[in-house]
Design a protein around this ligand. Structure first.
Ligand SMILES: O=C(O)C1=C[C@@H](OP(=O)(O)O)[C@@H](O)[C@H](O)C1
Ligand SMILES: C=C(OP(=O)(O)O)C(=O)O
Length: 426
């Protein structure tokens, strides 16, 4: 194994969460907005295609260097069918947006997305006076009969996902009167902070009360230009790879000003013994010599649960057990992520213990290769590919599922850490 030399510079694609929020906010604003360096992946193409189907004009610059959205200053008109594919953000952000327009909208998505809960969003829309029907299981398909909605006071349940609250907040400036939102048990809080930060970029007037409620004026949005940051969740795999190989990786554009909570994944790597430098221009992670990892601690990753698998997958390489908690909502994503991590670690000969919202990973003297069951979950595929840098014989049953958020993942991991492409062949 090589020791740390000059940092290599990683090419991390744009943030999914910023791209999809910015697409919606740009459609809701009056006039043309440009998004520079958007993420081009299955989730953002799904979101863009859905908005185009709702009547918003979106064009691409050369090589997708930018996307330009011509907003209408109001929600969609005329109804229609909206395909959300696998994208949770589409299923949770677009129905509240449609509710501010007019017409009958039917949202649907893949079987994987149909299995994910939507009831708290449907309940909140109903409380706003919107006519909503969900599948009896509480998910997609979901129908919204929109006729322009009024604001007022709204309570949102936040324990299963923060995306319901983000979707409702982004719709609020298009309501006919101001909205005050209260919420409780909110998971993934940094994503709501990102929502509010981006709404402000598009001119929304928002007051956050110290005791919790958020007040949003019904004053619409202004078009703007926005550079999309590199995706912090995608960067977690390359930072983890640096940690387990003793190398040094820099991600430019992901620095102290980032609006993504998942940048805090590097705090977890620092506790495990990696050296982390966060500056204005970017973040560099340098692994300890020989990729040694320190264990023997517990960490709450409830705010940054998309990165818990990145850490859990490399945790068997640590010198003592680690416990990750606060991650019950990660059972409701592309897969039951706690179960998927435990299953695949067991396949590699690594003992784990799991509870409703936690996992303990024990050190393994000699983890062995295995065929990883990805469950069509991009993050399971990427997390175990990092373990594959240290454990020979790790293969994936579905390497293509990374296209949901990081189509070039395998090439980038291979470029930075291997002479050959990463060990993700079937
Ligand atoms: O708002 C967002 O962009 C996201 C919120 C998080 O979901 P939850 O709020 O369901 O945890 C995260 O897991 C997802 O990848 C993106
Ligand atoms: C949970 C995820 O995606 P989403 O909820 O946006 O489908 C993810 O990207 O890890």
């Amino acid at each position: 194994m090589t020791t740390a030399a000059a940092p290599v510079v990683a090419r991390v694609p744009g943030s999914k969460s910023i791209t999809n929020r910015a697409l919606l906010l740009a459609a809701a604003a009056s006039g043309a907005s440009r998004l520079y360096e958007p993420l081009v992946s299955e989730d953002t193409i799904a979101f863009r295609t859905a908005l185009a189907g709702l009547g918003y004009r979106i064009v691409s610059g050369p090589g997708d260097a930018w996307w330009e959205v011509t907003g209408k200053g109001h929600g969609p008109v005329g109804g229609g069918r909206v395909w959300c594919a696998d994208a949770g953000t589409a299923a949770r952000f677009l129905p509240p947006f449609a509710a501010t327009g007019s017409g009958d909208f039917l949202f649907d998505g893949s079987d994987q997305l149909r299995a994910r809960p939507l009831q708290p969003l449907a309940d909140a829309l109903t409380r706003l006076g919107v006519s909503v029907w969900t599948d009896p299981c509480g998910g997609l398909p979901l129908r919204v009969a929109a006729a322009g909605a009024w604001g007022g006071e709204l309570f949102v349940e936040g324990g299963l996902s923060s995306q319901y609250l983000s979707g409702l907040l982004m719709a609020a400036p298009l309501l006919r009167s101001p909205l005050t939102v209260r919420f409780r048990d909110l998971v993934s809080r940094p994503y709501v902070d990102m929502t509010i930060a981006l709404m402000r970029e598009f001119g929304a007037k928002i007051v956050e009360r110290p005791d919790g409620p958020v007040e949003i004026a019904a004053d619409g949005y202004c078009a703007t230009g926005l550079r999309v940051e590199p995706d912090a969740s995608a960067a977690s795999y390359l930072f983890a790879a640096a940690a387990v190989t003793g190398r040094s990786v820099t991600v430019p554009g992901l620095g102290t000003d980032s609006i993504q909570g998942d940048v805090r994944f590097t705090d977890v790597l620092a506790r495990a013994g990696a050296h982390v430098e966060v500056g204005e221009e970017g973040t560099t992670v340098t692994g300890a010599p020989d990729g040694r990892l320190r264990g023997g601690f517990e960490v709450d990753m409830g705010d940054i649960s998309d990165t818990f698998m990145t850490f859990a997958a490399i945790a068997p390489l640590a010198d003592a057990p680690v416990t990750v908690h606060g991650i019950g909502h990660a059972r409701l994503k592309e897969s039951d992520r706690i179960a998927a991590v435990a299953q695949n670690l067991a396949g590699c000969g690594v003992p784990t213990e799991v509870g409703r919202d936690w996992i303990t990973v024990h050190p393994a003297a000699r983890p062995h290769g295995a065929r990883i069951a990805c469950h069509r979950d991009h993050r399971i595929a990427m997390a175990f590919s990092v373990l594959g840098l240290r454990v020979p014989g790790i293969t994936l049953d579905d390497p293509r599922c990374v296209a949901k958020t990081f189509p070039g993942f395998r090439a980038e991991l291979g470029r930075l850490f291997l002479e050959q492409p990463a060990p993700t062949r079937v």
